[in-house]
Write a protein that binds this ligand. Structure first.
Ligand SMILES: Cc1cc2nc3c(=O)[nH]c(=O)nc-3n(C[C@H](O)[C@H](O)[C@H](O)COP(=O)(O)O)c2cc1C
Length: 279
């Protein structure tokens, strides 16, 4: 149990009737007929990612013992891009390096520009989103199953459980839609005894089954919905138009905090897939 010793429930008084645009106050009210706890965002709060990170920490230890390493970084914030991971990476040191920095990027100059964009949004009473790139090294080939237990499907289900996630793609994802098969296909080759591919557009899974190449996903987060700007909304109890100015402590960008959450969820799902490998 992780006790919240720093709550400020009164900050949420004005949203007991007024729906924060982009947040789950209205949909939660509809789903639970007013019995949802709105203090701190209740079930929809980013705080609920803390136990995920705890569980993910245990799964990472299990994975490391099998030679599997999961690392992530901020691929972009507000459209400002970091360098990408090498899709054919073989060194766990390189994918684990960003998480040991205060600001988890590969290119610190890009990180500085991201920080400035976040601060500019904050000063404007606004917020920004971004993308987390996640890579898992060392997954053996042959894990996962077609249709409903695909590696991509299982990871997407877990990753969409993280609040504010609005997109998940694998390998070169949506970019694959614009290129030819000859450009998108990854040529196989033998690296000693190991089967590898020269490029990794497929993101480590073919037919929903791991190929043995790094598993790569991109996870898009929307801008924090609770912003200081005055916004148009409704009073969802009285059913009338209203205005809202959200109070309280809200990050102008949740994506930095979300990096360990993405690592944790990926670790939980990959361990689960490995435990099911004998089925
Ligand atoms: C680590 C983390 C922290 C978050 N912190 C906030 C916050 O301070 N304020 C806020 O409005 N939303 C925050 N969110 C996002 C909301 O929880 C989320 O947007 C909301 O539940 C609606 O769900 P949806 O965006 O997935 O549709 C956070 C998300 C994460 C992952």
């Amino acid at each position: 149990m992780i006790r919240n010793t720093d709550q400020r429930s009164k900050d949420y008084k004005n949203i007991s009737h007024e729906a924060r645009p982009g947040h789950a106050d209205f949909t939660g009210y509809e789903r639970y007929h007013g019995f949802n706890d709105i203090r701190g965002g209740g079930h929809f709060s980013g705080r609920l990612t803390a136990p995920l990170v705890f569980a993910g920490g245990l799964c990472r230890q299990y994975l490391a013992r099998r030679g599997i390493y999961v690392g992530a970084h901020l691929e972009s914030i507000a459209g400002i891009r970091d360098h990408a991971f090498d899709p054919c990476e073989t060194s766990e040191g390189r994918i684990l390096a960003p998480e040991n920095k205060a600001f988890p990027v590969i290119d610190d100059m890009a990180g500085e520009a991201m920080r400035e964009a976040i601060e500019a949004a904050r000063l404007d009473g606004d917020s920004v989103g971004g993308v987390v790139e996640i890579m898992a090294l060392g997954m053996p080939a042959g894990i996962g199953s077609p249709m409903f237990d695909t590696v991509e499907g299982r990871l997407a289900l877990g990753l969409y459980g993280i609040p504010a996630v609005k997109g998940v793609s694998f390998g070169n994802g949506f970019e694959a839609a614009a290129i030819r098969g000859s450009e998108n296909n990854d040529a196989f080759y033998m690296d000693g005894e190991h089967v590898r591919t020269e490029t990794n557009h497929h993101g480590g899974a073919l037919g929903g089954i791991t190929s043995g190449m790094p598993v790569i996903a991109h996870v898009a987060f929307k801008p924090t919905p609770s912003i200081a700007k005055r916004q148009k909304t409704i009073d969802y109890v009285e059913r009338k138009d209203a205005e809202i100015q959200v109070q309280g402590r809200h990050d102008p960008c949740v994506v930095i905090r979300a990096v360990p959450v993405v690592e944790a969820v990926t670790s939980i799902i990959l361990m689960d897939l490995l435990l099911g490998e004998s089925n």
